[in-house]
Write a protein that binds this ligand. Structure first.
Ligand code: SAH
Length: 250
């Protein structure tokens, strides 16, 4: 079972992530254990205050090193000394699917969520193993980024997704975007489901799905295609898709 301990000033916010969807399934199936630690419990004053004005001026407040260090050390004592410490930060490496896959193989993670102007740099350089960002924007705290990461990891843990192949066809897992999906009714407001999906020919349908995935990626995220070496079949399918597009088909 993977154990994640989140160090956050808002444990009740992060806790919500395990009440719904795949993280909830992961917790119920004992593939994931998620707990939170509030650094205020390690504050060194009666007011449970863990932030201070920045040295050298500038606006806002900074999270102090010592309560965070104590909270992280306590979490590591629970999870094991080799546990990686991940800090959510807009200055970190951008998270993507491959990060979720890699982190999901860890036995445990301590996840540090910043607030205010951020965290005392000495804490970052001494105890944080990796800084991860949700994207090129600034949030008011690391909690939402941590919840995104936990959701992304949880749904990949063994036994969590219903169909083993289900994660394998999702966007990014094989370097491609997912193919489009259709369900009942066959005719919706005059629009029919593609014939091939009604044909019962499984081999053709698998080809159609791959072709759509390749085509969508070509249309929407050509940068992803640049990173792939397509095999002969994939090249053929993509060529078909491109010529159908140019002919005005779908
Ligand atoms: N002054 C900092 C931003 C502080 S925002 C800077 O400009 O780099 C407060 C906290 O929110 C950060 O410590 C971090 O934990 C979190 N945060 C903000 N934006 C984020 C992002 N894009 N990805 C991950 N965490 C983020």
């Amino acid at each position: 079972m993977m154990k994640i301990e989140v160090v956050t000033l808002f444990p009740e916010l992060v806790d919500v992530v395990k009440r719904h969807g795949m993280p909830r399934v992961a917790v119920e199936q004992k593939a994931l254990e998620l707990s939170c630690t509030n650094p205020r419990d390690f504050a060194q004053n009666r007011w449970r205050k863990v932030d201070e004005r920045p040295f050298g001026g500038g606006p806002g407040m900074v999270m102090q090193a010592e309560p965070l260090a104590l909270a992280i050390e306590n979490a590591k004592a629970n999870l094991g000394p080799a546990t990686k410490v991940v800090m959510m930060s807009p200055q970190g490496e951008r998270m993507d699917q491959s990060w979720f896959e890699r982190l999901g193989k860890e036995a445990g993670l301590v996840v540090l969520c910043g607030r205010y102007e951020g965290v005392d740099e000495r804490l970052v350089s001494s105890v944080v193993d990796v800084e991860l960002s949700l994207g090129d924007f600034v949030l008011s705290g690391g909690e939402l980024a941590a919840m995104v990461m936990i959701d992304g990891i949880a749904r990949l843990l063994p036994g969590v997704l219903g169909h083993a192949e289900s994660a394998g066809q999702d966007s990014f897992s094989n370097g491609l975007l997912d193919h489009p999906h259709y369900s009942r009714p066959v005719d919706w407001r005059g629009e029919a489901v593609p014939d091939i999906l009604m044909s019962g020919d499984h081999a053709k349908q698998a080809r159609w799905r791959l072709k759509q995935a390749l085509g969508r990626t070509w249309l929407r995220r050509p940068d992803l295609l640049d990173k792939l070496e397509l095999d002969a079949e994939q090249q053929t399918l993509l060529r078909e898709y491109v010529s159908e597009q140019k002919a005005g088909g779908s």
